[in-house]
Design a protein around this ligand. Sequence first.
Ligand code: ZN
Length: 248
Amino acid sequence: MKKDFTGIVGVVLVGVILFAFSGAAYSFIRGVKAPVSVVRTSAEKKSPAPSGLLVIDPGHGGEDGGAVGADGTKESDIDLAIAEDIDALCLLFGVPSVMTRKTDESLADRFPEDEAGGRKARDLRARLLIAEDADASLLLSVHANKFPDAGVHGIHVFYSPNGEGSRAAAGIAQEMLNENLQPGNRKEAKKANSSIYLLNRAKTPAILTECGFLSNEEELAALKTPEYRASVACVLFAAAAEYLNSKG
Ligand SMILES: [Zn+2]
């Protein structure tokens, strides 16, 4: 299993470099133009795809923009862009995936208005239902953060207290994110408290990544670039692939 993972991560990390430095490779992930020779070479060397289904959940959407940066950057847009890149990698590497939303929308309307709870509650329940209906091997929720102190920064991964494997998956993701994107980041994966609805109610293994602070100038600037978002997506995909491989 470790061997499988190493192969996939090797390819994906090459991808990180390509995405960070090559406009052509970046175009591929967006489905605009495929630099076929580059991608095929990588794909031919990859290990068998891990088994299991990844549910990718871009946070917020519609009337709920989530955290908003000083320049008006909406978290919901950043979350969706990273999630789209993860989904593209799933397609590339043959990992079955489902996205909870693909546009700037709230999922609240999937439940009748007279059901208990406001729009936010209904939106979150809809996401949970998608993960459960899909029988997700891993639910990966993608978010970005905001804090009054602009100096606070760093990617942080949270895990469900329920789903078996959640802690392991979060540990892998945090370690890989720190190592590959933020060498100075000493954060460790953290168990979600009751305020994180999705993780608290998920029956499937579930993690949530706060991909950076929109209140921090440097992280906001980075998250606004497609290259950095693709790098975050590559590492999250690699972490999910390692977790899925470890489950056989
Ligand atoms: Zn959020």
